[in-house]
Design a protein around this ligand. Structure first.
Ligand code: BV8
Length: 232
């Protein structure tokens, strides 16, 4: 574990599960009581903007009541102490990596705490709720949507992610089911380049077979011991 220089970490909803945030693929495929396609698509927003705004307002409000767990804290320690390259690519829209102190983060699916103005394209810290049509801080128009990458929309930072994967000698996937692309394809990009691949997950993901090594268990246990191994 000690002869790596450049690391890419991919995190998913599983790393925030022990902080109390729901993962996506729970029982009967409901997510916070909704089917994903009813709330996380541009079509859903066009069809029923109020339903979608309420859904994200509730998740944004819930952030205040949860805290980072030992897995987020371990990655923040790695970020602080690792003198090689490190990029934490997260599919999560929560702010738990930041609140744990990590810095080298890329939110490829956007963030609950960011709002995107459909009138002027500006992005800014989101007001607590978007339901009552707050005005955009840049242009003043009441045209703010959640700055979240919905299904069918292009994830953020793909060039930076590809560049980091090209340099990486270690790719670690934490708490993701490997169900959503393009994130689920990163392990194959890494493998193709001969990068070592490690999965830390509660159960085998859909891409488990592509990993050199898979460790099963809760992130709050696996991630701290993995970081201890790396930092020697
Ligand atoms: C795009 C924001 C193209 C929403 C999200 C057919 C084949 C291939 C691809 C597609 C296809 N049909 C459609 C597509 C594309 C689609 C896709 O992949 N669909 C899937 C369903 C098949 N992808 C897209 O649309 C993406 N965009 O492709 O654009 C394009 C090209 C050109 C121009 C324009 C566009 C955009 C995808 C992003 C969607 N937005 N999030 C929101 O959060 O509100 S995705 C959503 O799923 C979240 O980001 C989430 O992170 C992500 C993946 O889920 P996971 O994080 O993995 O969570 P999940 O619950 O699934 O799994 C949790 C895991 O944790 C489990 O394995 C569990 O065992 C584990 N776990 C649980 N507890 C713990 C734990 N592990 C450790 N410890 C624990 N305690």
């Amino acid at each position: 574990m000690r002869d790596f220089r450049n690391i890419v970490v991919l995190t998913g909803a599983g790393i925030s599960a022990e902080s109390g945030l729901a993962t996506f693929r729970g029982p009967e495929g409901l997510w916070e009581g909704h089917r994903v396609e009813d709330v996380a698509t541009p079509e859903a927003f066009a069809r029923d903007p109020e339903l979608v705004q309420r859904f994200y307002d509730a998740r944004r409000a819930n952030l205040a009541s949860v805290a980072p767990n030992r897995a987020h804290e371990a990655l923040a320690r790695l970020d602080a102490e690792w003198d090689g390259e490190l990029l934490i690519v997260t599919q999560n829209v929560d702010d738990l990596h930041e609140r744990a102190g990590a810095r080298r983060i890329l939110h490829m699916h956007g963030e609950l705490n960011s709002a995107w103005c459909l009138a002027c394209d500006a992005r800014a810290r989101s007001p607590a709720t978007l339901l009552d049509g707050p005005s955009c801080p840049a242009c003043g128009k009441p045209a703010l949507r959640p700055d979240i990458v919905w299904f069918g929309e292009m994830p953020y930072g793909m060039d930076a992610i590809e560049a980091a994967l090209m340099q990486a000698d270690l790719f670690v996937s934490i708490g993701t089911s490997g169900a959503v692309y393009p994130a689920a394809g990163f392990v194959q990009t890494a493998r193709y380049r001969g990068t070592r691949t490690l999965e830390l997950n509660l159960e085998p993901s859909q891409g488990s077979i592509f990993f050199d090594e898979s460790r099963m268990g809760p992130a709050s246990e696996l991630v701290p011991s993995f970081v201890d191994e790396l930092l020697g």
